[in-house]
Design a protein around this ligand. Structure first.
Ligand code: ASP
Length: 281
C-alpha cells in the first residue's frame, strides 16, 4: 500500500515558518489518517476520503479556504479517476458546497460524469449536499488587498495504491485566485488528474501550463508504455521549460514507485508506505 498527497504550491511557506510548520503538521496527520483508511478501503475510497480531509483544512486552497475569484466569488473544481474502471468524474466551478470531491464521487456512478457551474450545483443540491460558504476571513483579506501578484497556489491532491494493486487519483482546487469568472482549472481535467492501472498522477500549479503540457495524461501514458515513473515525470516536466511552465506533480505507479517533482520551488507534499512517512522539508 502506498499513499502520496500534495497541498499545492505555497510561496509563503518558504519565509513564513509558522505557516510552513502548520502545513507540515497537517499533511503529516492527513497522510497518516489516509494510510490507516487505505488498510481497510480501496484506492478510490481512500483518495476521496483524503481529499475531503484536505478540503476541510483551511490551510489549503480547496473546499474551505478556497481562493476568491475576480468578482468576489469562490468557485471550486475537483476530479477523481479510478485506475481500474478508467472512470473520470468531476465538478468544474461549483459554488457554495463544502466538499466538491464528494460530488465528483457521486458523479462517478452516473452516465454524465463531469458537470460545471449551475448544473453541478443543482445536481449537488438534488443529491443532498447542503449550502455551505467555503470562505474564510484570511482569503477575503487577501482578496481585498489584491495579493494576486504573488503566486498563492494551494490545490490539494492524492494518489493511492491499495492492497489489491489498484490505483486512484483525486485533485481539488479553489483555482488560481483572482481569475475571470468562468475560467476552467486543470484540476478537473485529464491534464491535472489522471490514472489507469499503470500509474496515477495529481498535479498542481498554473492550470493553463498543465493543460498545455497535458501533464498527468502524458506521464501516465509514458509509464503505460514502459517508462519508470521518475523519468516519465522528469521528461514531461522538462517539456514545460520552453514556456516556463509552472507545475508540481505527485504520482504512484503499479510497481510501487512513489514520486514527486516540481518545476519551481516548492510544492508541499507528504507520502506514506509500509516503511516510512515522509513530509516536505
Ligand atoms: N492548478 C490550479 C489551477 O490552475 C491551481 C493550483 O494548483 O493551485 O486552477
Amino acid at each position: 500500500m502506498k499513499l502520496i498527497i500534495h497541498g499545492g504550491f505555497f510561496s509563503e511557506s518558504r519565509t513564513n515558518h509558522e505557516v510552513k510548520k502548520a502545513k507540515q503538521e497537517a499533511l503529516n496527520e492527513i497522510v497518516e489518517q489516509g494510510y490507516k483508511h487505505l488498510a481497510a478501503h480501496t484506492a478510490l475510497e481512500t483518495v476521496v476520503y483524503v481529499v475531503r480531509l484536505l478540503e476541510d483544512c483551511d490551510l489549503f486552497n480547496a473546499g474551505t479556504g478556497s481562493q476568491i475569484q475576480s468578482d468576489g466569488k469562490i468557485r471550486m473544481s475537483a476530479s477523481l479517476m479510478d485506475g481500474k474502471s478508467l472512470g473520470f468524474s468531476g465538478v468544474i466551478n461549483i459554488e457554495d458546497v463544502k466538499n466538491p470531491i464528494c460530488i465528483a464521487r457521486k458523479l462517478m456512478d452516473q452516465e454524465d460524469k463531469v458537470l460545471s457551474g449551475r448544473g453541478a450545483q443543482n445536481y449537488a443540491r438534488e443529491n443532498g449536499f447542503k449550502y455551505y460558504n467555503p470562505e474564510i476571513p484570511q482569503r477575503r483579506w487577501e482578496y481585498e488587498k489584491k495579493l494576486s501578484d504573488s503566486i498563492r497556489l494551494g490545490t490539494v491532491g492524492c494518489v493511492a495504491l491499495d492492497m489489491n494493486g489498484d490505483l486512484a487519483a483525486a485533485t481539488s482546487t479553489g483555482g488560481k485566485g483572482f481569475e475571470i469568472p468562468g475560467r476552467v482549472s486543470d484540476s478537473a481535467t485529464a491534464a491535472g488528474n489522471y490514472c489507469n492501472k499503470f500509474a496515477g498522477i495529481s498535479c498542481t500549479g498554473v492550470g493553463e501550463d498543465i493543460v498545455s503540457g497535458a501533464v498527468a495524461t502524458k506521464i501516465v501514458t509514458r509509464v503505460t508504455d514502459g517508462m519508470l515513473l521518475s523519468p516519465a515525470t522528469e521528461k514531461t516536466l522538462n517539456e514545460l521549460k520552453p514556456f516556463d511552465g509552472f507545475a508540481g506533480v505527485i504520482g504512484i505507479s503499479a510497481n510501487g514507485d512513489i514520486y514527486h517533482a516540481d518545476t519551481h520551488p516548492y510544492m508541499v507534499w507528504a507520502s506514506r508506505d509500509e516503511n516510512q512517512i515522509e513530509v516536505f522539508a
